[in-house]
Design a protein around this ligand. Structure first.
Ligand SMILES: Nc1ncnc2c1ncn2[C@@H]1O[C@H](COP(=O)(O)OP(=O)(O)O)[C@@H](O)[C@H]1O
Ligand SMILES: [Mg+2]
Length: 262
């Protein structure tokens, strides 16, 4: 029987785009598992396949060959899958409609649920979720996305996650468009999601320093493959693969202090 503590299981998962000389192998023979309640970071340079893997996890893309299973079975029902597995992307503005208030969009997000909470409960959960990301609900009352900064909008995306409480969060470079101060907050919210709601989190970043800070386990990707994986202390402090070493050299100075605290 399948071990149900494993939420995601990739077995020789390969994803190819294009043909002939335009052929790109975005994911190359990946085999790994992600257990419930883990924070796993996918780390790698630009173009190594992180976002393609995020899309496979969200069932927006199917592998060309091999298997990608959720709770031991292939993903068939997209809506059911999205009830449990929700994304936070790099550009929060692309995830909100400019013509509706933020609050109305946080409320309508509950439409994905099988059993929709009552109107009163939805209002309450939205308020609680906003406070979880340090926003006083009245601050955004009547506001539209264009009236907020990128950092505030990124927090709105996380508020959506706090409100909906999916089982799994796929966070694809959620901190790459915000300044260092907001970045630290977002990392703290991710850890809070795990601690308070037991959420399983896949955190995607090109910055192995951030991965070191938040994760239980790090998978290092290069050219569509996993080149090294393990506990953050092993991967970041005792790297074995040359690509991991290069990522460690590329950590911006501002994040380096986290590594050096050890
Ligand atoms: N829809 C697509 N069609 C063709 N090639 C794609 C597509 N999506 C991604 N790729 C290619 O797959 C590789 C991995 O991309 P991606 O996962 O976006 O990288 P990153 O690690 O920067 O997120 C890149 O070479 C990219 O150009
Ligand atoms: Mg990407």
């Amino acid at each position: 029987m399948h071990d149900t503590s494993k939420l995601f299981s990739a077995r020789n998962c390969t994803c190819v785009f294009g043909h002939g000389k335009h052929r790109v192998t975005a994911l190359n023979d990946l085999t790994f598992d992600i257990a419930e309640h883990e924070i796993v970071s996918l780390v790698g340079g630009s173009g190594c396949g992180k976002s393609v893997l995020a899309k496979v996890m969200l069932n927006l893309l199917k592998p060309t060959s091999g298997f990608f299973l959720y709770k031991g079975t292939a993903i068939t029902d997209q809506r059911n899958h999205w009830r449990e597995v929700q994304p936070v992307f790099q550009d929060p503005f692309s995830c909100f409609n400019q013509f509706f208030t933020i609050r109305s969009q946080l409320k309508s997000a509950f439409g994905i649920m099988k059993v929709k909470p009552s109107t009163g409960e939805i209002e309450e959960r939205v308020d609680r979720a906003l406070r979880a990301v340090n926003i006083v609900p009245s601050e955004i009352e009547g506001k539209y996305p264009f009236e907020l900064s990128g950092g505030q909008m990124q927090r709105m995306l996380l508020a959506r996650i706090f409100a909906l409480r999916p089982k799994v969060l796929i966070a694809d470079e959620p901190t790459s468009m915000v300044d260092a101060c907001v970045r630290a907050n977002i990392l703290d919210y991710l850890m809070k999601l795990k601690k308070e709601l037991g959420m399983t989190i896949v955190f995607i970043t090109h910055d192995i320093g951030l991965a070191y800070y938040v994760s239980d386990r790090i998978l290092v990707m290069h050219n569509g493959g996993i080149v090294e994986q393990g506990a953050p202390d092993d991967v970041a402090l005792r790297p074995k693969n040359e690509h991991t070493v290069r990522l460690l050299e590329d950590i911006p100075d501002i994040n380096r202090e986290w590594l050096e605290k050890k």
